[in-house]
Design a protein around this ligand. Structure first.
Ligand code: SF4
Length: 357
């Protein structure tokens, strides 16, 4: 075991996090789920989602047999929904091809949907007794600083250097503790801004600290300006007190989630109600617009609440287009802005009813 790992493990014994929900019973299923949720998301945000998920889908068989809408509903608000879709697909594969057991093999794990090299390494070393390196965001930061690795880790050559260092430091024994320890160091001391180097067990060997360049590692992604796309959401309200949602195609933005239908402009919104729902529009209320950012563009949403004059007749397949009672948001996967707009529309409708009395 090298000095880096020795110092890290000694620190972990006293200062590491030992009570995270997925550590209490570190099965491959629990570790896998936590790893997927923790990609792009902080521990504090993940914990309640994780607990609700485990309560509804306590094991791989429950997840594999679940309805996609129910899985996406449990992911609503966490973002990056491809993670949830891949999780569901991987669960089905594990049940159909591996009798519900996780293979103790890094290549077989990586062949499953949504499991990359780092996640496979974490499952193998934390829950299956194997030895494999990990390189999540926290580990990249620690290693890039400790060794002063220049460049953005999204670049192949930089990632290769970091992987090589990760492999080099991963010990032969106590691999599970080491894996957790290096993630904890990145999450608690070697944080993105203001790393607490004074309390860090790696301070004596850390190159970034010696050079006083901690803030420069890891290198930043080269900045690209991202475009803004504009859209209108049709929030169609029926005389029966329902709102319309449309299920989005499985691939693409918000794939498989339920969303308000999108149109180009306000005129098209009325036409949509007439042509798709065979219903006239009695009133249109513009709700405040909102902006939602994806990694590659911003979406400027203008929501239009359209009150229909009579019950609509759907001409599209029922599977894709459905009405739900406005007073509570439906228990299916909803994109974050849709969830928010549902509540706003419901509040506007309640207030206008009060005003009518
Ligand atoms: S000494 Fe500072 S920069 Fe270096 S690994 Fe520790 S916290 Fe990070």
């Amino acid at each position: 075991m090298d000095d880096f790992a020795t110092r890290l493990l000694a620190w972990y014994d006293d200062h590491g996090r030992h009570n995270l929900p997925w550590q209490r019973d570190a099965t491959p299923y629990h570790v896998w789920l936590s790893e997927i949720m923790l990609q792009q998301t902080q521990v504090a945000t993940v914990i309640p989602y994780y607990e609700r998920f485990i309560e509804s889908f306590p094991d791989i068989h429950a997840l594999a047999g679940a309805d996609t809408d129910a899985v996406l509903h449990h992911w609503s608000g966490l973002g990056y929904y491809a993670r949830a879709r891949n999780l569901h697909r991987a669960a089905k594969t594990l049940v159909s091809d591996f009798a519900g057991e996780f293979p103790a093999d890094i290549d077989a794990l990586q062949a499953l949907p949504g499991i990359g090299r780092s996640t496979a390494g974490a499952i193998l070393s934390t829950a299956l007794g194997g030895r494999a390196a990990i390189l999540d965001g926290n580990v990249k930061r620690v290693l890039a600083r400790f060794h002063a690795v220049e460049g953005w880790p999204g670049k192949t050559a930089v990632a290769a250097t970091l992987w090589q260092l990760a492999e080099q430091h991963t010990p032969e024994s106590r691999v599970s503790d080491y894996t957790q320890a290096i993630m904890d160091l990145g999450a608690t001391l070697c944080t993105r801004s203001k790393p607490d180097c004074q309390r860090c067990p790696q301070a004596q060997g850390c190159t970034a600290l010696r050079l006083e360049r901690q803030g420069e590692f890891p290198g930043k992604k080269p900045k690209k300006s991202i475009p803004t796309r504009r859209t209108h959401f049709v929030i169609a309200y029926t005389p029966k007190g329902e709102l319309l949602l449309e299920r989005r195609p499985a691939s693409g933005i918000w794939g498989g989630l339920w969303c308000f239908p999108e149109v180009q402009d306000a005129k098209s919104a009325s036409r949509y109600c007439e042509e798709t729902l065979f219903a006239d529009v009695a009133a249109i209320t513009e709700l405040p617009s909102l902006r939602h950012s994806f990694s590659h563009y911003h979406l400027e949403i203008s929501p239009l609440l359209l009150t229909l004059s009579r019950a609509p007749t759907l001409i599209r397949e029922r599977d894709e287009l459905r009405f739900w009672p406005a007073k509570e948001s439906p228990q299916v996967g909803l994109a974050a802005p849709v969830k928010r707009l549902w509540q706003e529309a419901a509040a506007v409708l309640t207030n206008s009813k009060k005003g009518d009395k």
